[in-house]
Ligand binder design. Structure first.
Ligand code: SF4
Length: 375
């Protein structure tokens, strides 16, 4: 399995919690799209003969592009890479960009999955996050998506938002479930340094949600979605049977991917490339025929530790037989007392050669993975 990610680095406004790479000015939109097209042509060989099973248009806000711009991009991808009949083509969209005409046009050009950045359904919370949409837009966007024929929808939600209550989170989940999305991605809000929230936090003007409140909201999330038959297949990802997000699953399973656009990353099984996260420099470099990226050759230790970190977050767990065969790391032998301790505390279970975290263990995934790392 392999995927292509395209980063569209423009947003209408800056959400207070977001540290992704984006600009709120669309002045460079045209040259940016030309530069991305140039990068795409230059990196045609990156995928070799591998079939691309997922295309993900993310950002930033790709729904800011018009249909012609998105179609040009998708046509270029199909001309330069080998796609299958079932390739999942996802577009990240914000509710305020969604109209029936636009979504019908997107379906017609091949977009078959929509990921809508809803985050919350309360206007006061959306304003606090500095989102560009309101709750009416959020509800309407899903209705319009269904009307346009989208039958594979993700909605993004956020919990542990400072100043919000358990009751507000429960109300958000209840509204989300009424919409019956095939997929829900629910993220714990973290306060990042170079964001408005980060600056307010530093000045003592914002308190992060208390850890026990965040844990309670996560537990409510997992219990509620399980009751409604959603599979909890990765810490932050839930789906109705069979609706796994192909793109992220490819990341977690260490598949190959090509990332196009400023700030995008690529991975070919042995190395990782990081594109420069600066719009003007990215464009200038591509105009000179140079892909502005740095490359890192992953060591065996890095491969192992990355695999531990990602696999333990998923319902497929860490395949110890694969780890030994691929990287020569005998985890069961190297960490036996610690693994027994995890199992005694009901934080993990073994299924054959697979180590899986329990619901309780998932709350401690970062610490457990770090404890299993090769030093
Ligand atoms: S959260 Fe999304 S819409 Fe908001 S600033 Fe970040 S990338 Fe843009």
């Amino acid at each position: 399995m392999a995927g292509i990610y395209v980063h569209i680095p423009f947003c209408k406004q800056s959400c207070h919690y977001c540290d992704f790479h984006f600009s709120t000015s669309t002045r460079l939109k045209e040259p940016m799209l030309q530069a991305i097209a140039q990068e795409l042509r230059m990196r045609k060989a990156y995928m070799g003969t591998v079939q691309v099973e997922s295309i993900y248009l993310g950002g930033g806000t790709p729904s800011l592009l018009d249909t012609v711009e998105l179609e040009t991009l998708l046509v270029l991808i199909t001309q330069h890479f080998s796609l299958s009949k079932t390739t999942e083509i996802t577009l990240e969209a914000n509710p305020d960009d969604i109209t029936l005409t636009k979504l019908q046009a997107l379906r017609a050009i091949g977009v078959n999955r929509l990921s809508i950045g809803i985050q919350a359904f309360q206007d006061s919370v959306l304003r606090y996050l500095n989102r560009a949409h309101d709750s009416k837009n959020a509800l309407e966007s899903v209705r319009i998506a269904r009307k346009a024929g989208f039958d594979n929808l993700n909605i993004d939600l956020m919990y542990a938002i400072p100043g919000t209550s358990q009751a507000m989170w429960e109300a958000n989940l209840s509204t989300a479930l009424q919409l019956q999305p095939e997929h829900i991605a629910a993220y714990c809000l973290t306060i990042e340094k170079n964001t408005a929230f980060g600056r307010w936090h530093e000045r003592g003007k914002l308190q992060a949600a208390k850890e026990d409140a965040a844990v309670r909201q996560f537990e409510t999330l997992t219990a509620t979605l399980a009751m409604h038959h959603y599979e909890h297949y990765e810490i932050s990802n839930f789906c109705q049977p069979g609706y796994y997000a192909q793109h992220n699953t490819n990341y977690w399973k260490k598949g190959k991917y090509l990332g196009l656009g400023p700030g995008a990353h690529s991975y070919d099984g042995g190395t990782r490339q990081y594109n420069i996260a600066h719009n003007q420099r990215y464009i200038d470099s591509l105009n000179k025929g140079i892909v502005p990226c740095t490359m890192e050759v992953l060591t065996t230790k890095e491969h192992i530790n990355e695999y531990l970190m990602t696999s333990l977050r998923t319902q497929w767990g860490c395949d110890m037989a694969w780890l030994q065969e691929k990287h020569g790391y005998a985890l069961a032998h190297a960490k036996r007392p610690y693994l027994e301790h995890l199992i005694d505390l009901k934080l993990a279970v073994m299924h054959g050669q697979k180590l899986l975290l329990t619901r309780k263990g998932k709350l401690l995934v970062d610490q457990i993975a770090a404890d299993l790392f090769v030093g």
